[in-house]
Design a protein. Structure first.
Length: 514
């Protein structure tokens, strides 16, 4: 088995790579506006009701029209997934892994096309889209290898005249509800983790980014995935999502999204419905309110750069985004001044143009929510950069910085999911860590300091699932920084980590007497 190696990011300073991305954009522009069916049991099903996917940078540009599922079609998909599970669970793990490896190879050959589709459908800048596609490839490669490690179970002790085994077996049918912010990586990762473990999947991708999910299912089919193993059923969460979460045949739910929806799923999935003979397992990755902490002996340029990149990469639309910075008061003014300078240098616009650092937010609802939070922020702190937006052609919010906030301010406590960062000062490092811990979330955090004692203090006291020292708090790489958080950030399922596949399986002990 070839050792796992992270898919490299593309260097767009090289002209050949820039031209390849432009070719990818041309390819995608060649199929904009097409209609896409559901995929149920390998069959294409078209409905009159459509989900229309728009380019958030250009509201007039339709990326695609996707058939919308309903309860009846969700039920049909459940029956197909149930039937496929009976055979898929018996397919050798090596064969299941080979589907993932081949799919990774296909995506690698079409890498810039998939990234360009993310630029069009999610408004991602080139580097962010490229990282999203690389992460999707990483998930395929990593989970395939993890399955090969787990296929023979775990060693157990045996006594004379006795042989004991500890094997992992699949769970059943899983409902995968994937987000729009990593429309390729998380959608692909949560889907293939479930399927390579021997389960079958009902995939309900985010309604704002359904086209990239359809293109991914086509790749899985080309890679040899049998019919019914993954069923593509985009549709409204209130109808299709609830129906499948409640369904007695659903064995597990893998969800990535907001705290509010995650808690609703947790509550619904905990109820035993008629005909259900198990407790449903929930794998949930929810929100974050992540803090960058800056010490008084830190590299202040690194601190300012890390705050700005963590806050405004992909317009702050990452659950890992650094939306708060707590700075020891001795260096607060200097860091704040540099953060404002760097923020004012950022370029914003349609990300088909490689020079734009930031693109749009995902849709009109998101735009309104973020602008409402900016208004709240104006009453809570000092606006020092941004604070405005333009939704005439696309949904653009300028990168916004608030200073001198109280730790209990709403914009310091609530997840905004947009390009807004709040700064405040602390009297010393310990107070800064205490403030960093004062939210209901516990996803990511960053600490910029050259004090080794302070690093170790943060390691012990900063209560987050992903803690980063002397770098920004976004950008976890599969197999390098396993991702998942504490408290209201979810079940700390650690995507891209050594334990993740086990969440999609159950262990069986067999003991034979000789």
């Amino acid at each position: 088995m070839i050792p796992y190696k992270h898919e490299p990011f593309t260097d767009f300073s090289i002209e050949e790579n820039r031209n390849a991305y432009l070719e990818g954009l041309k390819t995608v522009e060649g199929y904009l506006g097409q209609d896409y069916p559901l995929i149920i049991g390998g069959e294409r099903v078209t409905t009159e009701d459509k989900i229309v996917s728009f380019n958030p940078a250009d509201k007039e540009e339709i990326v695609g029209r996707v058939s919308k599922s309903n309860k009846e079609l969700a039920e049909k998909a459940m029956q197909e997934a149930d039937a496929a599970f009976k055979t898929w669970k018996k397919v050798k793990p090596e064969v299941r892994a080979d589907v993932l490896f081949r799919a990774a190879a296909i995506i690698r050959r079409r890498k810039h096309e998939f990234s360009a589709l993310l630029t069009k459908e999610a408004g991602k800048p080139w580097n962010e889209a490229d990282a999203d596609t690389a992460e999707a490839i990483d998930f395929l490669e990593y989970y395939g290898r993890q399955m090969l490690r787990l296929k023979d179970g775990m060693p157990m002790e045996s006594r004379p005249g006795e042989y004991n085994r500890y094997d992992y077996i699949p769970l059943g049918v899983g409902v995968v509800i994937s987000p729009w912010n990593f429309a390729f990586a998380i959608m692909a990762g949560t889907t293939v983790a479930a399927m390579v473990a021997g389960n079958t999947v009902l995939l309900k991708p985010a309604s704002t980014t359904p086209v990239v999910a359809y293109k991914f299912i086509e790749v899985l089919e080309e890679a040899g995935m049998p019919k019914g193993v993954v069923n593509y059923i985009p549709g409204p969460g209130s109808e299709v999502g609830d129906y499948l979460v409640d369904h007695p045949n659903t064995r597990f739910i893998s969800f990535t999204g907001s705290k509010e929806v995650g808690l609703r799923i947790a509550e619904r999935s905990s109820k035993v419905n008629e005909g259900q003979i198990w407790m449903k397992r929930l794998i949930a990755e929810m929100g974050g309110k992540n803090t960058m902490v800056v010490d008084n002996n830190a590299d202040l340029e690194l601190a300012a750069q890390s705050i700005v990149k963590s806050a405004f990469g992909f317009s702050g639309q990452k659950c890992s985004a650094g939306s708060r910075a707590v700075i020891v008061e001795d260096v607060y003014d200097e860091v704040l001044e540099r953060v404002v300078e760097l923020t004012n240098e950022l370029t914003i616009g349609n990300t088909v143009d490689q020079s734009k650092f930031m693109g749009p937010v995902i849709d009109g609802n998101s735009y309104k929510k973020i602008m409402d939070y900016i208004e709240i922020g104006k009453g809570e702190g000092r606006l020092v950069a941004g604070g405005d937006g333009d939704d005439s052609t696309g949904f653009f919010v300028n990168p916004t910085v608030f200073a001198d906030l109280d730790p209990q301010a709403r914009i310091m406590q609530e997840e905004i999911f947009g390009p807004v960062v709040g700064l405040m000062k602390a009297k010393d490092f310990k107070e800064a860590i205490a403030i960093a811990n004062n939210t209901e979330y516990g996803l990511t955090g960053g600490v910029i300091t050259n004090n080794r004692e302070h690093l170790e203090y943060a390691r012990d006291e900063f209560h987050v699932g992903n803690l980063y020292f002397n770098r920004g708090c976004t950008g976890a790489i599969v197999g390098y920084q396993s991702f998942g958080g504490f408290n209201m950030s979810g079940t700390d399922s650690k995507a891209g980590g050594p334990d993740y596949l086990v969440l999609h399986m159950q262990a069986q002990t067999t003991s034979e007497m000789f």
